[in-house]
Design a protein around this ligand. Structure first.
Ligand code: DQA
Length: 145
């Protein structure tokens, strides 16, 4: 799940977020997922309520095995997204293209991190592929080893 303004990747502040579009990143995730035996449902919304709805559905009976979320700016503002994630039993990976801790102070706080299993940031679009691999490892019980 991808939050606001991530649909603009490719042209959005490329010095920070790189030149890959969200479609490029989705294709890389799908390729990695196929290699590790997972399927990806890749989504983006600029609407906080829509993202909360997706998280709630993800925990339902037709739900998913895990959530990878780049909440974008909602990371720093949305207790509601954090609360929705906290309701889910599945692993949750928080993801950012940029290293939010090396940027402005207002990006250093994440409401989402305490509700996440783990967090990946600072690896650009490649972080999404790392997240798919990390999710596969979590689902295979790596954390319990
Ligand atoms: C971001 C970092 C956030 O601080 C920012 O608001 C974004 C993108 C990232 O992927 O680096 O929109 O989540």
């Amino acid at each position: 799940m991808n939050g606001p303004n991530l649909n603009m990747l490719g042209t959005r502040e490329p010095a920070i977020y790189g030149h890959r579009t969200l479609n490029d990143i989705a294709a890389a995730c799908e390729a990695k997922a196929a290699a590790v035996g997972l399927a990806v449902d890749f989504r983006q919304s600029n609407d906080e309520a829509e993202i909360i709805g997706w998280i709630q559905e993800a925990g339902g009976s037709d739900g998913v095995d895990g959530i990878v979320i780049n909440p974008a700016s909602f990371t720093h503002t949305s207790l509601a997204i954090a609360d929705a994630l906290r309701m889910q039993d599945c692993p949750v990976i928080e993801l950012h293209l940029s290293n939010i801790f090396a940027r402005e102070a207002f990006r250093h706080h994440s409401w989402v991190s305490p509700a996440a299993t783990g967090m990946i940031c600072g690896f650009g679009g490649g972080g999404y592929v790392l997240a798919v691999e990390a999710m596969a490892n979590l689902l295979n019980g790596e954390k319990a080893e």
